[in-house]
Design a protein around this ligand. Structure first.
Ligand SMILES: Nc1ncnc2c1ncn2[C@@H]1O[C@H](COP(=O)(O)OP(=O)(O)OP(=O)(O)O)[C@@H](O)[C@H]1O
Length: 228
């Protein structure tokens, strides 16, 4: 469902972040992306949700060559990919309910459906009772659960999570991982960049290591493999 063919990314200042990456990620895969700082992991993720464009090479998502998408098709493409960040990125002045439903408003869902689905995902992340709170009133782990609810509200086929546990303590991180595992179990592909060795080594999934802009390793039930 996601395929990269010889993808290169050189930033305008000349930094070569990716230097010929080819990979196929199947429907329902759970993929960890590991590697040293600055190796190209975030760049790899950003290319998938089209935040950055490749300098060279092709990227296909659900059979579409995303370089060839017409401008007006981009919102439809994006709704099929949920993105989760290390720093949550919730809108501070909107309630939890509004943060999530806003993602549906953007795609012009009908109000009834919007309410039903927002409550459904709030239930899934176990935050129904916080619907009217503001993000600042929630713990880090709760904020990340809201961000995950927002990422899945439009039923994307893939979630791209860039260090989703990077700001959380170990116990809270495990809660987030259980949630991502459940979302994967329900049929969503998960691509997660992480520096968290315990998580990778304890939840054996496919692991790719990016080093120096290249895929150095791709293992079906891999481990973290670094000492840091
Ligand atoms: N917008 C940009 N302009 C120029 N160089 C960039 C830009 N974004 C990233 N880079 C560079 O590209 C390389 C890869 O960066 P990237 O953020 O993809 O690494 P990473 O593996 O995600 O690192 P980390 O684990 O520290 O988050 C680094 O050398 C980085 O400095």
């Amino acid at each position: 469902m996601i395929e990269m063919q010889d993808v290169w990314k050189t930033y305008p200042d000349g930094t070569q972040a990716l230097r010929g990456v080819s990979i196929q990620v199947d429907r329902n895969d759970f993929l960890y992306v590991v590697g040293p700082s600055g190796a190209g992991k975030s760049t790899f993720m950003k290319l998938i949700y089209r935040e950055e464009r490749p300098t060279k090479g092709q990227i296909f998502v659900n059979g579409f060559n995303i370089e060839k998408l017409k401008q007006r098709k981009i919102p439809y493409f994006r709704r099929n990919i949920g993105v989760v960040f290390q720093d949550f990125r919730l809108l501070p002045k909107l309630t939890i309910y509004e943060n999530i439903s806003f993602a549906m408003e953007v795609i012009e869902a009908n109000p009834k459906q919007m309410k039903k689905r927002t409550m459904e995902v709030l239930e899934l992340v176990k935050l129904r009772d916080k619907a009217n709170s503001l993000p600042g009133q929630l713990s880090g782990g709760e904020q990340q659960r809201v961000a995950i609810a927002r990422a899945i509200v439009n039923n994307p086929s893939v979630i791209v999570a860039d260090e989703p546990t990077g700001n959380l303590d170990p116990d809270t991180s495990w809660g987030i991982m259980k949630l991502l595992e459940e979302i994967n179990f329900r049929g969503t592909t998960i691509i997660m960049a992480t520096h968290n060795r315990d998580i990778v080594n304890n939840m054996r999934k496919r692991v790719i290591a990016i080093e120096n802009g290249l895929i150095a390793r791709d293992e079906v039930r891999g481990d973290y493999g670094y000492e840091d």
